[in-house]
Each structure stands twice: as C-alpha cells, then as structure tokens.
Design a protein around this ligand. Structure first.
Ligand code: ASP
Length: 586
C-alpha cells in the first residue's frame, strides 16, 4: 500500500510513530505562521500541521498550494494535539509532516464536499462520483453493504444457495411494463429484462435446489417516484417443501437479524393481520402500525337521522384523533381541503369535538341530538379533548381517503417517528383483483400464486372472494416484501391463466416452459422478495431510495452523469435490423 494507515485510524497510542497517509485535501486553514490541513479518506479525517520553526518552510509553502480535493500522500510523525477536538475520532493527535507528495491535483469541485453541501440535486447527480465522497452518502452505501452481508450470512446459515438467473429473458408478469432489448442475432425479436426472477426461481425448485436466494437487479418501466427506480434490487428467495408458516418464520428471522445486527435492537415477534382486517381497520393493505387511530364504522349510529350525506352513503367511517379537540377552525379547514384533494378524493369532512364536560359538538349538530352524539362518542371510545373525524361515501373509496387522513394526522401529531420500527405481516390477500374499467380479473400478486385450498371451489362461483396464500411484510406503512405459495400443478396453473384471460395459445407461448416443467415433478414451493433499496432507506431513516443507490436515475429515468438513455448510431440500428422513427409524445 502507498499508505501505512488510514485517515480515521490514528490515536494517542500511535504518538511517536512515523506514518504515511494518503487521501484528499478536505481543507487548509492558513494562519500565517501555522497552516492546518485536513486530510480525508473513506475512514475519516486527520489534521496535519505545518508550523513555522518546526516544519521546514518549503513544506508549508507546498501545502499553501494544495487545493481542495487534491490527492496527496503525507509522511510524518504522529504527535499529541495541544488543542484536542473531542468531535473527531482522530482529534487527540495530529501529523507533523516530513514529506508531502501530490499524487494528483484536482479541479475545484462544482459543489462543497461537506456534510452540508451547497450543491443542488441535479448538480450532485451529474457529479455523483463527487457526491459519493460526502459522509452522509457514503454512510448510506456502508449501511447497504452491512444489510446485504447480514442477509447473505443469515441465508447461507439456513442452507440457501445463491444462484444467478439471466437478465436477457422474456416477459415476467409482475404487473409493470417491460424494458426490452433488441436481439441482433434474431432480427425483429426482443428480449425483456426481468421484472423479477419469478419463473426462474420456480424452475430452480423443480430442479431440486430447495432453498434459493439472489440479491438481484429487477427492471420495471413505470412512472417514477421517490421510492421507485427503473432498475432496483430485490432480495429474491424461494423454498420447496414448505408451508406459508415456514416462509414467514424464515424471513421474519432474517429481518429480525438485520434489525439486531444493524440497528442494535430486537423488534420481537412480528404481529400478523389479515388483508380484510387491514382494509377494515386502516383502509390500506400496508397499515402504519406505529400508531393506533383505527377506523370506527358508524353506519349503525349515524343513519336514519335525516342527514342526507350519511343516509345515502354506503359507508360512514371515522377516526378518533385523541387530544385534538382544540384544533382551530383553520386547522379543520386545512384537513377538509386535504381530504378533498383529488388524490384523496373525499367530498367533505364531518368532525365532532368531545368537550371537557363530555358533551359532543359536531359540524352536523343540526341533524343529531346530544343523545345520538353520545353514541358516536361511545363508538369511538372517545374522551373529553378528543376530535372525531368522519368521512362518508362508497366503501372502498372512503376507506382509502380515511387512510390518507389517518396518515396525515399521524404525521401532524408526530406519531410517525422514523426510529420506531413496527413490522407487520399482512396475510390472506385476495387472489384476484377486479378491474372495473376492463371488466376482468387481474392477479393481485402474480399469476403463479396459489389459492387457499379451501377457497378453490369459489374460483368458479365467486372468484373475487378467493383468498390466496400470499403475504406482505410491511414496516411502518411501507411494503418491504411480498410473496406467496405457488401453484405447482399444471392444470391449476392452466385454469389460473384462463381465469386471467389468457387463451390457451397465449399461455403456452408465454409460459409453456413453466407449464411443461410442472409435468416433470414440481415440488410444492413458495417464496418472497424484499425490496432491498427500500429496506436500506428505511433502515437509514430516509424516504427516498435514491441516496442508497450508488448511481441512481432521476425522475425521468435518466442517468445525467453518463447521459443515458441516448440515441444510438445508424450503424448500430442497422446491425439490429431496426429503423427508428420517434413519434411526438401524445
Ligand atoms: N416475484 C415477486 C415480486 O417481485 C415476489 C415473489 O412472489 O416472490 O413481487
């Protein structure tokens, strides 16, 4: 190595040693007779002092000419500091240099390489390699590394084999759009990039591999948000000869180990909730259980008193925002505006305050006597000082809107602490989801998911009621993982494809290989995949996954550093037997 030590390593015990450090010049502070230089590498910062009368004048002169981010090698003696810096791990010592060598000069970076930088998002993305020098970003990638190692250790100990699956494949239906790659050797034909390795991991079970995992890139051509990237990483797993219970236990163990090893605390046993309860009590299949504020259904107590909005509604449902009775008119108007936003979709908000004397005052007092309002109070188990927030309308839409309001209230009341982690298994998902517009069913998870055996008779009579052996791991209202027990029987798989609207020919063309494989001894199997980027950002206490990916794409799916996607040459197109004609965006 060109160095004897790193810039984060030296302590009082090293005083007197002669060392060589290599790194980047973080900053120099020139006080005339003495010049301080902070040298930085991945491991930390070390101070180097150039003092008149102690170090040679030429050395100080040389140091004066070092700019920010120059790469240098400094040899010198470790000395105890006169003014110690308790905020720096190396703050007890400094280097008294004997030789300074510039390994490479540097242009002035376009933004400050500091924890608090002056660089905007776009600039930092363009110079991502410089952004990655900053502590907060580097720490995120270190966290990601530690989580990945924890996963590998756990799964290896449990007998899982890490197997790579191909990237140039054909469509896997995870419900998103495919990225496609033209094939030069097969003109006019395209590969699709995997939305997940789903079919391959199932084939590995047919091959007898029994316990598979892979930390793997997946690709989905979707509109992007803070927690989505066109290419993202899954911890993808599959097991044979298991029940749903085995899978939940195995991956609860994996998640718990990550918490213990990386966060230093044991989240205990993960509670479980059925999809039906999650929807009824939280209006969401990924409830944030850091706070209660469960839904209370009110049809029984509110209907029949002449208030047309409630009388005509399919569902009247509310939450108790405990201790919020003092909310001002302005705050309540804000909440009303919030629920009326198109993304939330409610038509209005009814509220009721429980006053100190126990009386309830509502925004619809005209229709409800105090006696009836007391029934509301009872339904909510409300106390003096509480605020009841109530929505009404079509059941699904109203639950969805109340979920948004609940999360908003949780946020306002500071109940969504990022360092409080509440994992939850949501189980018993419906197998199918009905698309009103297209008048057809879609697989809620994916077409390989097995119905619960006891619900199979419903497939013909009431498909929407069929529950699946499918489960999600939710932490703090974020879906972190999801999976299912799979169909392993050719005829069940074929009828599933039929139910989903595939003709026999289509099913054969797209998934014939899997249907064939099921005829050669497919074991019962199931699995799960975790969104690794999301897991990292959650462990890191951030909302965006971008800062946990070394080289992410921006919201338009561009890598502005390497400038991709970009056009390709006519020669390349010709080789691919492709003509490019770009139509104006609609
Ligand atoms: N392939 C599924 C997904 O990407 C996960 C699974 O079923 O294992 O969501």
């Amino acid at each position: 190595m060109l160095r004897t030590n790193t810039c984060g390593e030296l302590r009082l015990a090293n005083v007197g040693q002669t060392v060589t450090l290599c790194g980047w010049v973080q900053r120099t502070r020139d006080k005339g007779a003495v010049l301080y230089l902070d040298l930085r590498d991945r491991y930390g910062l070390t101070q180097v002092v150039f003092e008149q009368g102690v170090e040679a004048d030429e050395l100080r002169e040389q140091a004066r000419n070092l700019g920010r981010e120059f790469v240098v090698s400094i040899t010198g003696r470790v000395a105890e500091r006169y003014n110690k810096n308790p905020n720096l791990p190396t703050g007890d010592i400094e280097i008294r240099p004997e030789a300074v060598q510039v390994l490479n000069p540097a242009k002035l970076p376009p933004f400050l390489i500091e924890d608090e930088t002056d660089g905007g998002d776009d600039l930092r993305m363009k110079y991502r390699y410089l952004d990655l020098r900053r502590n907060p970003v580097r720490r995120n990638l270190e966290l990601r590394h530690r989580l990945a190692q924890s996963v590998r250790r756990y799964l290896d100990n449990q007998g899982f084999l890490e197997v790579e699956t191909p990237v140039l494949i054909k469509s896997t239906p995870e419900g998103a759009r495919d990225f496609v790659v033209p094939s030069r050797m097969n003109p006019g034909q395209f590969y699709a990039l995997p939305q997940s390795p789903q079919t391959f991991k199932q084939l590995l079970m047919v091959s007898g591999f029994d316990r598979y995992f892979q930390i793997v890139k997946c690709f989905r051509d979707e509109d992007l948000r803070a927690d989505r990237q066109p290419e993202f990483t899954q911890i993808d797993c599959e097991m044979a000869f298991v029940t749903q219970e085995d899978i939940l236990q195995t991956f609860e163990g994996m998640t718990r180990q990550m918490f213990v090893e990386v966060k230093g605390f044991d989240p205990g046993e993960f509670p479980r909730m059925s999809y039906a309860d999650a929807m009824r009590l939280y209006g969401s299949d990924k409830p944030d259980t850091r706070f209660a504020m469960q839904f209370v259904e009110l049809n029984e107590v509110v209907k029949g008193h002449g208030f047309p909005v409630f009388d005509s509604a399919e569902l009247v449902v509310g939450i108790n925002a405990a201790t919020c009775a003092q909310f001002t008119r302005k705050q309540l108007d804000e909440l009303t505006d919030f629920v009326k936003r198109p993304q939330v979709g409610a038509t209005g908000l009814v509220y009721a305050r429980v006053e100190q004397d126990g009386n309830v005052k509502s925004s619809v007092d005209k229709f409800y006597s105090q006696e009836v309002l007391q029934q509301w109070k009872q339904a909510f188990n409300a106390n003096p000082g509480d605020l009841l927030l109530i929505l009404a309308g079509p059941a699904d839409k109203t639950r969805k809107a109340l979920n948004e309001l609940r999360l908003e209230m949780g946020q306002r009341l500071g109940l969504r602490n990022k360092e409080d982690f509440r994992p939850l298994w949501v189980v018993d998902f419906p197998l199918l989801e009905f698309n009103e517009e297209e008048g057809r069913y879609y697989a809620m998870h994916h077409p390989f998911t097995s119905p619960k055996p006891e619900d199979i008779p419903l497939l013909d009579t009431n498909p929407g009621q069929v529950r699946a052996n499918a489960y999600d791991l939710v932490i703090n209202g974020v879906e972190i993982g999801g999976g299912s027990i799979r169909i392993h029987d050719r005829s069940v798989q074929a009828s599933m494809f039929k139910l989903l609207g595939f003709s026999e020919e289509e099913a054969k063309a797209q998934f014939g290989f899997l249907l064939d494989a099921f005829e050669y001894g497919a074991p019962p199997h199931g699995g799960i995949a975790f969104g690794f980027d999301r897991l990292c950002s959650m462990f890191g206490g951030a909302d965006s996954i971008r800062d946990f990916i070394a080289f992410p794409k921006n919201n338009s799916g561009r890598d502005v550093m390497i400038d991709s996607p970009s056009e390709i040459s006519g020669a390349q197109l010709k080789e691919l037997s492709i003509e490019s004609k770009v139509e104006a965006a609609k």
